[in-house]
Write a protein that binds this ligand. Sequence first.
Ligand code: ASP
Length: 438
Amino acid sequence: MKTVKFGGSSMADAIQFSKVRDIVLADEKRRIVVVSAPGKRDKNDSKVTDMLYDCYAKAARGIPFADEFAAIEERYNAIIRDLNLDISLDEEFENIKDAFAHRAGRDYAASRGEYLNGLLFAKYIGFEFIEPASCIFFNDNGVFDPDATYPVLSERLKKAGRAVIPGFYGAMPNDTIKTFSRGGSDITGSIAARASGSEIYENWTDVSGFLVADPRIVENPEPIETITYKELRELSYMGAGVLHEEAIFPVRTAGIPINIRNTNKPSDKGTLIVDEAKDGSRFTITGIAGKKGFSVINIEKDLMNAEIGFGRNVLRALEKSNLSFEHMPSGVDTMSVIISTDALKPKQTDVIDEIRERVHPDVLTVEDNLALIAVVGRGMKRTRGTAGRIFSALAHANVNVKMIDQGSSEINVIIGVAEDDFETAVNAVYDIFVKTVV
Ligand code: ASP
């Protein structure tokens, strides 16, 4: 069987509901359906989850919230009307308003978006509704509890046969509602896929999977057909976000692949995320991602190489200011530490003073406006000359490379360039690996 999860834009209104029903019914194996709350219907619209947070913020401060709540009710009532559903949520709305007035909690408030949408979609498609608070559990620290969840959820799904489960939330040991972090319906989908022993976890959204590069930077980039979890992790870290990061873990350990699909283009194959890919990717690289907004602390000291504990002392200075670093390229008598500029700026003076005090460098400078680019691909490991191609492409594009780092897994090369060169650099790498092949 297959577990299918539909995101907010796929569940935003009656038209989307009917597309989703068609998709589910088109494949007999699609039996477990996880739904998000209604998302944006267009660019200027609001997500129901955001409306719920705002509305509850008022309720919790004792400010009247009837108008805000009425707007939320209308999102659901419009779906009921447009689909001619024989259901009324009026009693549910009254209960929720009452709970808001009694300060039932932010997580409870946010979870109602998925809950109500789950009720509607279950009715519309004729599958059983499963309440996540009765089968998805968190521990006392608010961390998902797999041991408590899987036996109960597996049993529940087996009994139902075909089911709709709201995403995003479950219950704490004291029975209060707890949500995952934002975008967390992806995690519910992954948990349900594992609990039901599904052969695949289809995650339906509004794009046809991952693209080799960001379409805002590269014109019309090629889609990624297959990507491994490790590659995805490298790319997501650098900003290529389609799936919640934590959604990988439940299915990964169970060997269940994830297929990212597009509700609005159901015939597109999307991207398949697998543990181990049998073949290489279409191109030597699988994807390119990157971010601006990094700073480099450059440290120089004669005979640094002979000074035991130098690196540790520098890192201790960062630790003292609670700063995490991205990379640490070094030379014989030089060492650089790359840190997100936003994180560094408020603490820069303290950290610099601390480094000076601990290691007495000859030169200590901070350079801003660095961009990092990750070139990721399982194909890089077995292809000689990949690094050579990357750097000659950058040289031809007249981009100065400020930093290079290759992970030990050999599936990623990280390049630091000036922010002004970022777009040119991404395009140069894309062109050399993809355009020359297509
Ligand atoms: N509705 C929740 C959010 O907007 C969860 C989700 O859609 O995955 O974050």
